[in-house]
Write a protein that binds this ligand. Structure first.
Ligand code: CA
Ligand code: CA
Length: 384
């Protein structure tokens, strides 16, 4: 009995003492809450926004990024110190998703989500490691661009090298009025070191059919190049570069979003001429020039040119001559036969072009110069 009472006393003392400490803790917490204003005014993201947070459950330092009108996607190639390598939760607005990478400039490990994540520590690879982001329209499921992977060799100590497969994402431009993203140097990690190309966004979305990637052998888009998917498009997303004899070849690339002209009409108009025939025919790849229509020349002939993609054909007014050739952005080749001047071929370049926007769409060619008859005579084509 005595024992029991003693135990009860001890228990009571324990309860009292624990109550005391709880009160002390509560009081000091209240004091702190009164004295310390919140460091950052938090707000949830709007429908077109993504918020990232320092801590789990959407607290701590916060940064908000918006997919604004006129943007294809919002590019965040590096993060401020407040959240760089600190992100522990992500809140996405109802219209957007977010892709994230562990290194700046969309490099390293990457992933995408169209849902909020309240605790990134459940995905340890991305917890407190994220250093770049892209906010994209939710229905795309991924941002627009191309992921290039390659085996990157690094020194793992003791003179041994370890290979790790790394990826870098090359996004389409942020602004909708820019159709081409130019990457004249893809970076030392992946230059001449590439295995696969993955086209994004999701191939189930119609916009996927408007995305092309031009891969070039040398920096600044020099040397041989391939375009994926080729003319005609494809629903394929994954391209093994060895299938194109292009593994470990890529040094520069372009991501092209060749969207229909009607989308472009919302862009600010320019004071320059608007080629009327443009609206009549099929859309051309944005990395070519538009040579369609009637041309005059300094040899007195009038040419009519039709074009599909990179290929064109011409007829000559009052003559049976037929010509055909290929045109890239600034370079053009042709051969012809059947007319009074016989057959021949020439290489030329576009010397004057109407540029619809800074880097947008096919160039509307106004003048072409050819080296004719093995480079001895310059022929000039020009518009009326
Ligand atoms: Ca954190
Ligand atoms: Ca990082």
């Amino acid at each position: 009995m005595q024992d029991l009472k003693e135990k009860q006393n001890i228990k009571n003392r324990h309860v009292k003492s624990s109550l005391y400490w709880n009160l002390v803790i509560l009081f000091s917490w209240l004091l702190q809450a009164v004295l310390t204003p919140p460091l950052f005014a938090q707000r949830p993201p709007g429908p077109n926004e993504v918020a990232v947070y320092e801590h789990i459950n959407y607290v701590g330092n916060q940064e908000i990024y918006a997919l604004e009108p006129g943007m294809r996607q919002k590019l965040v190639p590096f993060l401020p110190n407040t959240v760089d390598n600190e992100i522990s939760s992500i809140q996405v607005g109802e219209n957007v998703g977010v892709a994230f990478w562990t290194e700046q400039n969309f490099f390293g490990s990457g992933n995408a989500t169209i849902q909020s994540i309240n605790n990134l520590s459940l995905a340890p690879e991305y917890h407190d490691t994220i250093s770049s982001l892209i906010i994209f329209p939710k229905e795309w499921k991924y941002p627009m661009g191309v992921l290039i992977t390659g085996k990157f060799w690094f020194d793992s100590g003791g003179g041994t090298k370890t290979g790790e497969t790394l990826g870098k994402f090359f996004p389409a431009p942020e602004k909708m009025t820019d159709r081409i993203a130019y990457y004249p140097d893809i970076g030392y990690e992946l230059k001449n070191n590439n295995i696969d190309a993955y086209l994004r966004p999701d191939f189930m979305h119609p916009v996927f059919k408007q995305v092309y990637v031009k891969l070039c052998e040398q920096e600044n888009f020099g040397g041989k190049s391939i375009t994926i998917p080729g003319p005609g498009g494809s629903i394929q997303q994954h391209f093994q570069l060895s299938d194109y004899q292009f593994a470990n070849q890529v040094s520069s690339l372009q991501v092209i979003h060749n969207y229909p002209v009607s989308v472009q009409q919302s862009a600010p108009s320019t004071k320059q001429i608007t080629p009327v025939h443009k609206q009549m025919e099929a859309i051309l790849p944005a990395d070519t020039s538009d040579v369609r229509g009637q041309w005059q020349s300094n040899i007195g002939l009038t040419f009519n040119i039709t074009q599909q993609g990179y290929n064109f054909q011409w007829t000559v007014k009052g003559s049976n001559e037929k010509g055909s050739g290929t045109v890239n952005r600034w370079s053009i080749t042709a051969s012809w036969q059947g007319g009074p001047r016989g057959s021949g071929s020439a290489k030329g370049q576009i010397t004057d072009a109407y540029t619809p926007g800074l880097s947008e769409g096919p160039l509307w060619a106004n003048a072409i110069e050819w080296d004719y008859y093995v480079g001895s005579v310059k022929i000039r084509f020009y518009r009326d």
